[in-house]
Design a protein around this ligand. Structure first.
Ligand SMILES: Nc1ncnc2c1ncn2[C@@H]1O[C@H](COP(=O)(O)OP(=O)(O)OP(=O)(O)O)[C@@H](O)[C@H]1O
Ligand SMILES: [Mg+2]
Length: 468
């Protein structure tokens, strides 16, 4: 496609001279004389390159430049100034101009500058495309820039436009529902309904009616005809959440529905046909459920067309930080609190936590901090799981920590001076922390390990202590 150049020059003779300079380049050149016409052109269809004379009859060329920058329009600007106004040209560069030409200039100078501007344009587009494709920090409802999440975004990109069934797995709170909605919102079904149905939350005998609906009088209490999720999701997406909780008998009916797109309401005799796309999710291991006989194998294979596994939060360290900061900003605003950041110690504690409840747990922790405190920075004492673990390991507690007594590993070895390695390590860490007045990052620096290593180990000891 021809590259488009907008030439903004109020002198007609200069405009035609520059146009003749650029003729050989095969560009599509539009010339305007006033700032007003220039803005109309730019907004109608941003050109690839704008050649901008800064002195215009109706406005300052700089205002056009500012407008292009403000609106983040994808055009590269070259300003043209009179001899002796280099400082203005430099100023223009600060407002995002790519280069400047001092009048009078020759054909060669103009051609090279325009060529460079176009090359720069391509590069910028390429980088933007690369960023969008490979390093997205936000994607639909997701926040996350880790490598595994980039993989998830790419699968959604590819899978969303098709009608293929998606099977989402992952621990509780990793974002399976966020994922299902992202698939719907990226699909051509977006204008249609997204209908989530939690197969684990509805009593078994009501489930069939929830999916397929019922006719009046189908059972006691069925006073009217009622649409089920299948009907509601027509031309949209049906999200079957916690699919492994579904009753085996109903699984058979679901299989038939998926295979044929047709079903019968409870108590009804007519076949209904709908057009739905299925997305399902579970936090169990579906294959294990199949092996245990709790999930129909044929249904499993019918649903398991495009699997998406959402990795637990503890395996996405870069996301923990991003999510923490984002939730802190969001909740501080909602709760009218001053919080803007985490202290470095607080960051270390959050990073070292295991997050068994994943993103949901992280949300709860931050909400708790924001509601119960008010400061600019989150400090360790505000973090609920940290405060609790400190209280439980305080010396006042009657049950003395098990590991604080020297242990004898094997009978008959009571008197040996040799201690297990883990105990030596634990004692060394505790000694260092005490020496540093409880400052874990300082102790970590002295031991030449990262603070998060110490937090992890402490957490493990506390867990082991809780078990015994
Ligand atoms: N990457 C993410 N970015 C922002 N918010 C997220 C992300 N992942 C999850 N959440 C939020 O965390 C909460 C839990 O997510 P969701 O309900 O999708 O998890 P789930 O995997 O379906 O959990 P469960 O198995 O318990 O049903 C929701 O409030 C969701 O908005
Ligand atoms: Mg869920």
């Amino acid at each position: 496609m021809k590259k488009r150049i907008l030439l903004i020059e109020d002198s007609q003779s200069l405009a035609s001279l520059y146009q003749s300079y650029l003729e050989a380049g095969g560009y599509m050149i539009v010339t305007v004389e006033t700032g007003r016409d220039a803005i109309v052109q730019i907004l109608r269809e941003p050109p690839d390159v704008v050649l901008l004379d800064l002195k215009l009859p109706d406005m300052d060329g700089m205002d056009i430049l500012k407008r292009i920058q403000q609106d983040d329009l994808p055009c590269t600007v070259i300003v043209m100034t009179a001899h002796g106004s280099i400082d203005i040209a430099v100023n223009a560069m600060q407002y995002g101009a790519f280069d400047f030409l001092v009048k009078p200039f020759d054909a060669r100078r103009l051609q090279v500058t325009v060529k460079n501007a176009l090359a720069n344009n391509n590069l910028v587009k390429e980088v933007q495309g690369y960023r969008e494709q490979f390093a997205r920090r936000h994607y639909e409802g997701f926040i996350g820039e880790s490598l595994p999440m980039q993989g998830v975004y790419r699968i959604i990109d590819c899978a969303a436009p098709s009608n293929a069934t998606v099977f989402i797995t992952g621990e509780s709170g990793v974002g399976k529902e966020v994922c299902a909605e992202a698939i719907h919102n990226r699909s051509p079904r977006k204008p249609g309904p997204f209908v989530p149905l939690n197969c684990g939350a509805i009593p078994k005998d009501l489930m069939e009616s929830e999916i397929f609906g019922h006719v009046k009088g189908a059972y006691t209490g069925a006073l009217n005809n009622r649409d089920g999720a299948a009907t509601q999701a027509h031309r949209g997406t049906l999200f079957l959440d916690e699919i492994c909780e579904m009753d085996l008998e109903l699984q058979t009916k679901l299989l038939r529905f998926i295979q044929t797109g047709t079903f019968q309401r409870v108590g009804g005799s007519q076949q209904e046909t709908v057009d739905v796309r299925f997305v399902c999710a579970t936090n169990r291991d579906p294959l294990q459920e199949v092996q245990a006989g709790r999930f129909r194998e044929d249904l499993y294979y019918r649903l398991h067309v495009i699997p998406i596994y959402l990795p637990p939060l503890r395996e996405r360290e870069t996301d923990i930080k991003l999510l923490m900061e984002s939730f802190l900003r969001e909740y501080a605003k909602q709760e009218n609190k001053r919080f803007t950041r985490f202290s470095p110690e607080a960051v270390n504690i959050m990073m070292a936590h295991n997050w068994p409840g994943n993103v949901r747990e992280l949300q709860n922790v931050i909400r708790n901090i924001v509601v119960l405190n008010n400061d600019e920075a989150v400090t360790p004492d505000m973090i609920p799981f940290h405060a609790a673990s400190r209280a439980s390991s305080s010396p006042q507690r009657p049950s003395a920590p098990q590991f604080e007594q020297p242990l004898s590993a094997e009978p008959g070895q009571e008197d040996t001076p040799i201690k297990p390695l883990w105990l030596i390590e634990k004692e060394a860490i505790e000694q260092a922390i005490e020496h540093c007045g409880g400052n874990i990052p300082k102790a970590a620096a002295m031991l030449d390990v990262s603070a998060s290593t110490i937090y992890r180990k402490k957490e493990k000891w506390e867990q082991e202590q809780a078990i015994t």
